[in-house]
Every structure is written in structure tokens, then in C-alpha cells.
Design a protein around this ligand. Structure first.
Ligand code: FES
Length: 170
């Protein structure tokens, strides 16, 4: 099913099409990887709602990405419970080992590092969301182990050796 059909199916569950903006944005993000302006406008047009309503939601919630993100989006919670349990140290550590700052993506496109508001899992602070998964009770060793695991799970880009130049007479 294409994006338009999926959005129409989602919208049919709501009495008001404006209420379907959040699920529609999730569908569009899944289809496009992120939500640039033209995609937001397409979502608004499919739902027949004001474009500003779609822009407002897409730019407010950290689960929506209006800019491209890496293969793994590391979203570290930096609210109170996580801060008290060492989130600041974990952020500094990841910035050092990944060689990027908050909001940036590694040159190989593997990791984007962000901080987010409370993930609603304070009982296992400090917490980081990667994709659909929560990783809790983190410390530096666990973060290193997680980054290694994610790197190892990423599809390898094969390096193809350039073809040898034909010898004279070939
Ligand atoms: S403060 Fe981090 S999950 Fe709630």
C-alpha cells in the first residue's frame, strides 16, 4: 500500500481528519526517511488540512525528523532523572567517541546524536532511545557496547577495487 492509501486508512479511524496528522506523519516518515517541506505539504494536502497544522506538529515532536538522520538516531534523554543519573557524562562521552556534537551526524552516516525530553522511562535512567528501542540503566561501558553492536549490525558497504587498465594490444 502506498503512502497516500496508508494515510487515508489511518484518517478513516478518526472523526476529524486533523486528528490523523500524527499517524500520517509517522507513515510519511517511514516512507521517506525524514520529513522535508514538500512531504509535509503532501501530507497536509492528502488530509485536506492547513499546512501550518502539519508543520507545527512535525517541528514540535522529537520523533519527527525534518532533516535527514543517520542510520541510527541516538536520542539521549537529558531531563532531570536522567541528568541526575549521569546523562551529561554519557553525552560528553558519545560526542568524543563519535567525533560529533549534539544534533550532528557522523561522516559515515551511521549515527545522529540528539538529546530529547523525558522518554517516560525514568525508572531506568539514564535512558537513550535508538529507533524503536529504549536502552536503560546506561553507563559508559554499556554505551560503548551498544555503539559497537549497532556498528556491527549496519549493512557493510563493499569496496570494489577499480578494474585494471587494459594492457596495450587488448
Ligand atoms: S527523565 Fe529521562 S526518561 Fe524521564
Amino acid at each position: 500500500m502506498g503512502m497516500r492509501e496508508q494515510i487515508e486508512t489511518a484518517a478513516a479511524r478518526y472523526p476529524d481528519r486533523r486528528s490523523a496528522i500524527m499517524p500520517a506523519l509517522l507513515i510519511a516518515q517511514q516512507a521517506h526517511g525524514h520529513l522535508p517541506g514538500p512531504v509535509l505539504e503532501e501530507v497536509a494536502d492528502i488530509l485536506g488540512v492547513e499546512r501550518i497544522w502539519v508543520y507545527e506538529l512535525a517541528t514540535f515532536y522529537t520523533l519527527f525528523h525534518t532533516e535527514p538522520v543517520g542510520r541510527f538516531h541516538l536520542q539521549l534523554c537529558d531531563n532531570l532523572s536522567c541528568m541526575l543519573c549521569g546523562a551529561e557524562r554519557l553525552l560528553a562521552h558519545m560526542e568524543t567517541v563519535l567525533g560529533i556534537g549534539k544534533g550532528e551526524t557522523t561522516a559515515d552516516g551511521l549515527f545522529t546524536l540528539s538529546t530529547v525530553e523525558c522518554l517516560g522511562a525514568c525508572e531506568m535512567a539514564p535512558v537513550m532511545q535508538v529507533g524503536d528501542h529504549y536502552h536503560g540503566n546506561l553507563n559508559i561501558a554499556r554505551v560503548d557496547e551498544l555503539l559497537d553492536r549497532l556498528r556491527a549490525s549496519a549493512p557493510r558497504v563493499e569496496t570494489i577495487a577499480p578494474a585494471a587498465a587494459p594492457s596495450p594490444g587488448e
